[in-house]
Design a protein around this ligand. Structure first.
Ligand SMILES: CC(C)(COP(=O)(O)OP(=O)(O)OC[C@H]1O[C@@H](n2cnc3c(N)ncnc32)[C@H](O)[C@@H]1OP(=O)(O)O)[C@@H](O)C(=O)NCCC(=O)NCCS
Length: 170
């Protein structure tokens, strides 16, 4: 398996990966696939933090980060992360996560934030964001709202997190 930066030619296959990953067989018009497209159209995707995983020549996984804010300061929202059903549980998701977190760290970002299953994301160093003062826009997100601090983290920014507008357009 290889991981590389997403390029414009990956657009359709990236949509197909999320449609299959989140929707299952025969799915169409899956919100996560639409989200990737809306983020791209709004130029809220961070190109340096968008990666695909390849098995041979085939794209089998994708992850992206988008521009977000914490109390008005620049932040990063991670997601969606998706792997083709037939390629799951072979380390593809982990490879994409380690790659995107390492790249975000190299860019000097203080932290990456996401909404997801703590049972999965805990292994990558994510913790409950509220414990570090980063509050979800929806209080009900609770422990699923997580943060991974990076080298540049110095206890800030803290406050209420806001995803890019595309997340509210689904
Ligand atoms: C979640 C996902 C990205 C993981 O990708 P993957 O390539 O299967 O992950 P890896 O092979 O690196 O890791 C597999 C491990 O994660 C675990 N795992 C997968 N999804 C999990 C979840 N929702 N909660 C807890 N553990 C999970 C597996 O049980 C496995 O554990 P093990 O190694 O102890 O057996 C993939 O299953 C997927 O695309 N799922 C559908 C879309 C989705 O839910 N995306 C994440 C939310 S944004």
């Amino acid at each position: 398996m290889l991981v590389r930066r997403e390029v414009p030619e990956d657009r359709d296959v990236v949509g197909a990966v999320h449609t299959a990953a989140f929707g299952g067989p025969g799915a169409r018009d899956v919100p996560e696939a639409r989200l990737v497209e809306l983020l791209r159209v709004a130029a809220d995707t961070v190109p340096e933090l968008s990666f695909v995983a390849l098995r041979g020549d085939e794209v089998v996984g994708h992850v992206t980060c988008s521009r977000a804010t914490v109390d008005g300061a620049a932040s990063l929202g991670l997601g969606p992360l998706g792997v083709l059903p037939g390629d799951q549980r072979r380390g593809v998701g982990s490879a994409l996560m380690h790659t995107v977190l390492g790249a975000a760290d190299a860019l000097g970002a203080p932290a990456v934030v996401l909404l997801g299953d703590p049972a999965y994301y805990g292994r990558f160093g994510f913790v409950r964001a509220e414990d570090l003062g980063v509050l979800p826009p929806e209080p009900a997100w609770g422990r699923h709202f997580q943060i991974r601090t990076l080298t540049a983290w110095q206890g800030a920014p803290v406050g209420t997190f806001r995803y890019a507008p595309a997340f509210s357009q689904l």
